[in-house]
Design a binder for this molecule. Structure first.
Ligand SMILES: [Zn+2]
Ligand SMILES: [Zn+2]
Length: 581
């Protein structure tokens, strides 16, 4: 049994949350006669119930429903299990209440199966497997959060029900913390901040494809620059390969068969083509370009080409789920005896980079899925190599059974942001299949051809997703080295404009990103705007500064740091940049 921090088992919490869903359903049926229940499971942090009601719910109705739920909770109504025959159950949902959803669930059960119902209070029952808390008084502090539409059985051809979401916790402190976290997450929403800080936007002419504005692209360039230094130090070689390739390539790689729905396909001169959703197959052609010897291995080929994936429009979500993505991709070709060192190197690379951002990585080993290609024995070896590399790094990891890619097992990484939320970033995959399919070979020490192993790996994952994570992690206040504008010089009056230029110039020469705000606004307004834009430093200049050759320094969090000489300012900024804070 697993436990969370408070010592309460997850199972107990799940049972309580699911029980809260029943209390919600009962409250809704009492307040809104004629409401028909769909399903009401517990979910992460809470629960929901799908309801077909003659009433159209809005968030304004939630307090009233919460009040009714509280009445039920205070009454300590027992949850009592009853066993009914299939016929009794069908009769109930035909004659007592007309509910086609519950009937559909019951129809799917075996004729001789005893069907469990739970009675809450005297005259309210719900079809359910259980388990539940012993009585409604055991439901902890809760809050209803939102209402949205949900198709019955998730099928857009079936009726749309109303889904009421709630959260429930063991104590009020946990509830408050969670509500604070939700509010904070809304404030940090990267789609909202992306517009406010002029980083990027989306337009309906190109769903799932961001338009990067100068400030957003600036941040990406800094991320690239950090990565490029590290790639160079670690012996990677950069390549770039075509966007559009013939179906032959995708058939050889297996994508045509296993990833068909994920690709944008088109015909060119009567031949089938697809835009690349991944770089891997073409990377193997670069490996094959010339004869490779064992001395050439490991060969680490990195690339950041744009990829296109045919994500359904309904699933697109800001920068987190896009159709056009830019991976910081690499494929490492190595000998079997080099696999563990290469994976070890990748894991170390990832930890070094995430450390720069204060993101805490967690590792997951995903093993062979049902829909896999290749020899099971080869899979076992690949999984053993990944385990060995994780263990050699002394990393704790969880195993996700059956969640590997169709061509090999993988190590998934997620990172925890400043709010403690996990974000899935990328995977490191060990692949014995693609070298086979593309007939990759190197000449070994014995003069004979051998198959290399292929490692697919990314550090950021995609720049799009990583940007979303960083924007929310920092709440838009990027550290100094990443900030699109690092310094705003604020002349107090028009007569200080030329001195402001003099202050800015040496900083620009030193490679800082500096703007002079010479708008005809008050200094107070300019400072406020720079603060809203999360600019790390403001250099306010007036008469006294002009005479003394100084600037009055304001830091976005620390506030006024007093007047400093231009040399001092430069050293201060250089310190921040070097420390990447
Ligand atoms: Zn239940
Ligand atoms: Zn790959």
């Amino acid at each position: 049994m697993s436990h969370n921090g408070s010592g309460v088992s997850h199972e107990a919490l799940d049972v309580m949350r699911h029980s809260a869903a029943h209390v919600l359903a009962k409250a809704v049926q009492e307040l809104y006669p004629g409401s028909k229940l769909g399903i009401g499971p517990m979910i992460e942090n809470g629960f929901y119930y799908d309801i077909d009601s003659p009433a159209k719910f809005s968030e304004d109705d939630l307090p009233r429903i919460e009040a009714k739920m509280r009445e039920i909770i205070v009454a300590h109504e027992p949850f009592v299990r009853e066993e009914w025959s299939k016929q009794q159950a069908l009769d109930h949902y035909t004659n007592v209440e007309n509910n086609p959803y519950k009937r559909e669930i019951i129809e799917a059960l075996d004729a001789d199966e005893q069907i469990s119902f739970y009675r809450t209070g005297v005259d309210w029952v719900d079809l359910c497997r259980g388990p539940h808390v012993s009585d409604s008084g055991q439901v902890g502090p809760f809050k209803l959060l939102s209402v949205s539409g949900a198709y019955w059985r998730g099928d857009e051809n079936r009726p749309m029900l109303q889904r009421i979401y709630g959260t429930a916790w063991q104590n009020a402190e946990q509830l408050d913390h969670y509500l604070w976290q939700l509010e904070e997450a809304r404030r940090r929403d990267h789609r909202k901040l992306g517009r406010e800080l002029e980083l990027f936007f989306f337009d309906e002419v190109a769903p799932g494809q961001p338009f990067w504005l100068p400030k957003g692209l600036r941040v990406i360039k800094e991320l690239e620059s950090l990565l490029n230094q590290e790639l160079h130090r670690r012996g990677y070689l950069d390549i770039s390969t075509p966007s559009l390739a013939k179906s032959d390539l995708w058939k050889t790689s297996g994508h045509w068969e296993f990833y068909e729905q994920g690709m944008f396909k088109l015909q060119v001169e009567d031949e089938d083509y697809a835009f690349k959703p991944m770089n891997c197959p073409e990377s193997t052609l670069v490996f094959r370009f010339k004869t490779r010897s064992y001395r050439d291995l490991p060969l680490r080929l990195s690339q950041t080409d744009r990829l296109l994936r045919n994500e359904r429009s309904g699933t697109l979500n800001g920068l987190l789920r896009v159709r056009q993505l830019t991976m910081d991709d690499a494929h490492i070709y190595c000998r079997h005896d080099q696999v563990q060192d290469e994976i070890t190197g990748v894991l170390e690379f990832q930890r070094a980079i995430y450390g720069v951002f204060g993101l805490e990585p967690r590792f997951y080993l995903s093993t062979r899925p049902d829909k896999a290609i290749g020899d099971p024995a080869v899979w076992d070896q690949a999984e053993a190599d990944l385990r060995a590399a994780l263990e050699a790094n002394g990393l704790a990891y969880e195993v996700k059974e059956g969640e590997g890619a169709f061509y090999g097992p993988k190590i998934d990484v997620d990172v925890q942001d400043a709010l403690g939320r996990p974000w899935q970033l990328n995977t490191t995959q060990l692949d014995f299949q693609m070298p086979e399919r593309f007939g990759l070979e190197y000449i070994g020490e014995d003069g004979q051809p051998h198959r290399p192993v292929m490692v697919h790996r990314a550090i950021y994952g995609t720049y799009e997703r990583f940007m979303a994570v960083l924007i929310e992690h920092y709440a838009g206040a990027f550290p100094f080295w990443l900030s699109p504008v690092q310094v705003v010089v604020v002349p107090i009056a028009d007569r200080h404009n030329s001195y402001a230029q003099l202050v800015a110039e040496p900083l620009v020469q030193a490679g800082f990103r500096v703007e002079v705000d010479s708008r005809r606004e008050t200094a107070r307004a300019k400072i406020r705007d720079a603060q809203v834009q999360q600019v790390p430093y403001m250099l306010v200049v007036g008469d006294r500064d002009q005479e003394a050759g100084t600037a009055s320094v304001r830091e976005r969090r620390e506030g006024d740091l007093g007047a400093k000489s231009l040399d001092e300012v430069c050293r201060l900024l250089e310190g921040r940049r070097a420390a990447r804070t």
